[in-house]
Ligand binder design. Structure first.
Ligand SMILES: [Zn+2]
Length: 424
């Protein structure tokens, strides 16, 4: 045997494969990947001709045409406008079908924002629905609002309902399993709403919905590791690790808000004492203010922020204390996950220019080593939960890793083969 024959060929090494979680490379999943790429190119460059899709993707014109026919058949796209060309045949252009719409709701403890959004993420209508404590009656109010929106748009095709929830949702059962600030108990929201609306309902944790909205918009393109933190009545978080949204067992991944900071601290909605969220949420700032000014009337967080802008010293001290706790608590995240980016969303972002540096400073002071992650706020404000809820509906039953449930399981066949996926 010559020396040359004994030397292993250069190139790939070997890799352990968990056979329970893989899909064989087949012509079918190769087609699915190409389909996702064509759909994403249409979404980002619409209106676009088949020839331009072929040039942009590098796929053969015949492959692009076959995928376009499939997407037209599934009604994800439409063809209509003719491209302008100086001479020769004018090709028809492809675009997303914005007749397809999704009903969405951002459910909070005291109110829900209900909206109708199309495939191009345009909001056709939006309404605020005050909620009552009883879950059945609260769902009835949301349903009543959604029925009104449906009746007002009889020409649209309704694809489903997406709900952003202030709690954790089991990806398998779609039941709310942890929502300390909502207190709807074991009520089956999905079943109740599906019976009343006759549309499929998808639930997502609010932080996951926001993170999905960020990935869907492309704002996190090229970022593989990020954490999004929602700061409102409580503190929620969602994790993008290695390009995947992580939900893990029962959808419970990312509950940094309920990490204990001080065993002697105030009682949290989860029943434990001294969780991060009882020091760093909007409710914490309101408590700090009430402790400092016991005779003041009950405020909303918006009012408290407004008072900081007017120079109220007690209000400034209360929000500063909240932001200090928020920044210090980010150590939980930087030490556990070392993300490239931490995104903050919620009411506090309205005063980020003033209070963001306090969060930043406290986060930097608690770093174990190296540089701190980039700290930024989401640009969409309250719309990002609604956009995320719509994306959850569009991505349902996606077999790829970027599904809202973050699973890497083999694709399961579903009677509704129509899928719209955002690729990373
Ligand atoms: Zn807690």
């Amino acid at each position: 045997m010559s020396a040359k024959e004994r030397t292993p060929p250069a190139g790939r090494g070997i890799k352990r494969v968990d056979l329970a979680y893989v899909e064989l490379a087949s012509s079918e999943n190769a087609r699915d990947i190409n389909r996702d790429i064509i759909l994403e190119l249409i979404r980002s460059k619409q209106p676009i001709s088949r020839a331009d899709l072929s040039r942009a993707s590098g796929l053969q014109p015949s492959t692009v045409s076959a995928i376009a026919e499939q997407l037209l058949h599934e009604k994800w796209i439409t063809e209509g406008a003719l491209a302008h060309r100086p001479r020769g045949r004018r090709p028809t252009l492809l675009a997303l079908n914005d007749q397809l719409v999704i009903l969405v709701a951002d459910i909070r403890p005291r109110q829900a924002i209900v909206a109708l959004v199309d495939l191009n993420e345009r909001f056709l209508t939006r309404a605020v629905v005050p909620l009552v404590a009883d879950p059945e009656r609260a769902v009835d109010r949301i349903v009543e609002c959604m029925k009104g929106m449906r009746a007002a748009h009889p020409d649209r095709s309704f694809e489903g309902i997406g709900l952003s929830m202030p709690g954790r949702v089991d990806p398998t059962t779609q039941r709310l399993i942890l929502a300390p600030n909502l207190k709807w108990g074991d009520f089956d929201i999905k079943k109740s709403m599906e019976q009343k609306m006759k549309l499929q309902v998808e639930l997502a944790n609010a932080a996951n919905a926001c993170l999905l909205s960020e990935t869907w918009s492309g704002r996190l393109d090229r970022v593989r590791d990020a954490v999004l933190v929602t700061v409102s009545e409580g503190i929620g978080s969602a994790i993008l690790a290695n390009g995947q949204i992580i939900t893990s067992r029962s959808g419970l991944a990312g509950e940094f808000g309920h990490s204990p900071i001080d065993p002697n601290g105030p009682v949290c909605g989860c029943g434990q004492r001294g969780c991060w969220e009882v020091f760093a949420s909007s409710n914490a700032a309101l408590r700090y203010y009430a402790e400092a000014v016991p005779k003041a009337k009950t405020l909303t967080y918006h009012e408290l922020l407004h008072m900081t802008e007017e120079g109220d010293k007690s209000a400034i001290a209360a929000v500063t204390r909240q932001c200090t706790a928020l920044g210090r608590g980010l150590r939980l995240i930087t030490a556990a996950l070392a993300p490239e980016v931490i995104l903050i969303t919620g009411d506090l972002t309205a005063s980020w220019a003033r209070f963001g540096p306090i969060v930043q400073r406290n986060m930097e002071q608690t770093m174990l080593t190296g540089t701190a992650p980039r700290l930024a706020i989401t640009s969409d404000g309250e719309l990002s939960r609604l956009r995320g809820a719509a994306a959850v509906v569009l991505q349902r039953h996606s077999g790829h890793g970027n599904s809202s449930q973050g699973t890497q399981r083999a694709r399961t066949a579903h009677p509704n083969a129509r899928k719209l996926r955002r690729i990373i």
